[in-house]
Design a protein around this ligand. Structure first.
Ligand SMILES: Cc1ncc(C[n+]2csc(CCOP(=O)(O)OP(=O)(O)O)c2C)c(N)n1
Ligand SMILES: [Mg+2]
Length: 594
């Protein structure tokens, strides 16, 4: 049978190494679905509940495999649903290809049903390459360029296929003026700065007495190299949220997360350092870095446009993290005095004591920090942990001690709600032998994660093991924002906007064939994790957590404290609970700092 354009597309993507596509069907893209059906064993289609979730899955596939993530949707509403998930990939520099259907070329421009100007719609998120096919002979170079641009530039690209084009016989481009003859294949280059620039960087780092390192997702493949450089420089290392898995948290000089969701140890290190080495991070908040002029800076990043963007660096190196650090190491001298290292280790040890004390402080009924604190030592080796946006991202950032060999991620740059379950699904498809855990707030469950549990119920039996857990923090509140409104705006809780309906999440899981556990007593938290990790099917654990446990930033500014006080004075409905919990949490901090 002669190939049509859709058969060619599927075959070409297969040649590019694509083995899995996440998405949702519709008549605007039926041609491509027909081609996937005609080519069993080539590309597996995974059906999400919603196209946005499919795009999150594609982003997570890229994050957890390093490969291209691919998602597919029909014209009109299917394509527009993809957009938030694609922005997630875009902001975290993930290579993702979106394939969208479109109305027939004969209908375009006719205010036709489900006709959207998709090129314009995708133009921002997929600005690196977005094209709508108009002729079969063009499709070969469109696919090749969309894939190569996505993986080579770590960008989102989009390919739009009108439905009549999908069904036309495929033609190779003719040997004629105006046609292109493209090919498959890409190998990532070795990206290394010039020798003289490495030497300039080494000079700055060797001159410093108090070196602080900040790592992000760009350093994920450079664990050994970061350790070697940190040891040589007697430095401590803070980790941006997307770089959590770069270093294990049991190293005494790893200060943990940084920023609003960060640790006090990272904060102290940044405020006291005289030299900053930033590796593969787009961490956004400059106020958590040294004050301008207080430290000399060196930065390493693959992307030139990410250099000297948060802090004015003296040496800006374009390079791959592992290769660059390896080349830099022989130029670095060991620091003579261990004083700075000791200070960092003291701050770090004190922080872990504070974290434990805060996690174990009583709450009504369950302290959400304790949920993650008790999870942490139980997480199996090589597990993958995802978090949603919301207060649980604080506990994920601070209370989860990541170990070597684990992976973890969340929606970083976009910080979108609704990513944890689709991320955890894509993680399990990519690594079916690993345990996967998703941490999710109740608001994010209700928004869209709940529906994706149905996807888990559909597919889990084909995974190598059933160890897939969703932990829900049921606090009946959009808690993170409730706190932001108090601390940043000085507004009391606005119940109309912040309260959430109570939903029996564990019963919902049970009703679709998964296991469900309900926990409302602190002493049951640990056993619930043990039970879930030993279960023979995926599990949802619903924790009834206290909305009055504050996601405290590492240092509270006077202005925040004043705003907070104003919010309570204005008559916050949770006033009594908040005061009791705040005192407990702050006292825990003091106990920990003894
Ligand atoms: C798509 C989207 N909408 C809104 C927000 C703003 N936002 C950030 S966290 C949050 C509250 C999340 O509530 P929940 O999931 O219940 O977690 P909690 O903070 O209560 O633990 C909101 C509304 C966002 N980040 N993403
Ligand atoms: Mg909530």
């Amino acid at each position: 049978m002669a190939q049509n354009v859709s058969d060619f597309l599927v075959d070409r993507l297969y040649q590019w190494g694509v083995r899995r596509i996440y998405g949702y069907p519709g008549d605007g893209i039926n041609g491509v679905f027909g081609a996937m059906q005609r080519a069993p064993g080539k590309i597996r289609f995974i059906q999400a509940r919603h196209e946005e979730m499919a795009a999150f899955m594609a982003a997570a596939h890229a994050k957890f495999t390093g490969e291209l993530g691919v998602c597919i949707a029909t014209s009109g509403p299917g394509a527009s649903h993809l957009v938030t998930g694609l922005y997630d990939a875009r902001l975290d520099h993930m290579p993702v290809l979106a394939i969208a259907g479109q109305q027939a070329t004969t209908a375009l421009g006719g205010h036709y049903q489900q006709e959207i100007d998709l090129v314009s719609m995708f133009k921002d998120v997929a600005g690196a390459f977005v094209q709508q096919a108009i002729a079969p002979a063009q499709v070969r170079h469109l696919v090749d360029r969309a894939v190569r641009t996505a993986i080579g530039e770590r960008r989102v690209t989009a390919l739009i296929l009108p439905n009549d084009i999908q069904e036309l016989p495929y033609e190779d481009p003719p040997a004629a003026h105006g046609s292109l003859h493209s090919g498959v294949g890409y190998s990532a280059p070795r990206v290394l700065p010039r020798e003289e620039d490495l030497r300039r960087a080494a000079e700055v780092l060797n001159a410093g007495h108090k070196v602080a390192i900040l790592v992000g997702a760009g350093a994920l493949g450079a664990t050994d190299e970061v350790i070697a450089v940190a040891e040589r420089l007697g430095a401590g290392v803070a980790k941006a949220l997307l770089g959590k898995a770069v270093l294990p948290d049991d190293l005494p000089w790893v200060t943990g997360s940084i920023g609003l969701l960060g640790t006090k140890a990272s904060d102290e290190m940044m405020r006291n350092c005289d030299t900053l080495l930033m590796i593969g991070s787009g961490f956004p908040y400059s106020e958590f870095l040294p004050k301008e002029g207080a430290a000399r800076g060196v930065q390493i990043d693959l992307k030139p446009d990410m250099l000297s963007l948060r802090y004015p660096m003296e040496v800006n190196l374009v390079g791959d993290a592992a290769d660059t650090l390896r080349a830099l190491l022989p130029l670095l001298k060991s620091k003579e005095s261990p004083t700075w290292r000791r200070r960092i280790e003291r701050w770090t040890a004190r922080w872990w004591e504070t974290t434990e004390a805060r996690a174990m402080a009583p709450a009504k009924p369950i302290n959400p920090q304790r949920v993650v604190w008790e999870m942490s030592p139980r997480v199996p080796d090589r597990a993958i942990v995802t978090s949603d946006s919301g207060s649980c991202a604080n506990w994920y950032a601070r209370d989860f001690k990541v170990r070597r060999g684990m992976m973890c991620s969340l929606s970083g740059g976009l910080s979108s709600m609704g990513a944890a379950v689709p991320y955890a699904i894509a993680a399990k498809f990519a690594h079916p032998d690993r345990a996967v855990i998703a941490l999710v707030g109740d608001g994010a469950m209700q928004m869209n994660n709940m529906a994706e549990l149905i996807t888990v119920a559909r597919y889990w039996r084909e995974w190598a093991n059933p160890h897939w857990i969703c932990a829900v923090f049921n606090n009946q509140d959009l808690n993170q924002v409730t706190y932001e409104q108090r601390a940043m705006e000085g507004n009391p809780k606005f119940e109309d906007s912040q309260d959430l309906p109570d939903v029996p999440y564990h019963q919902f899981a049970q009703s679709i064939g998964l296991a469900g556990i309900y926990v409302d007593r602190p002493e049951d938290i640990g056993p619930a994790w043990d039970q879930a990790l030993a279960a023979g099917k995926p599990v949802l654990i619903e924790f009834r957590t206290d909305p009055d446990t504050m996601p405290l930033p590492p240092h509270i500014t006077l202005q925040q404290a004043q705003k907070y006080g104003t919010a309570l004075l204005k008559g916050d409905p949770n006033e009594a609970g908040i005061i009791a919990q705040s005192v407990r949490q702050l006292l825990a901090g003091f106990t920990g700092s003894r």
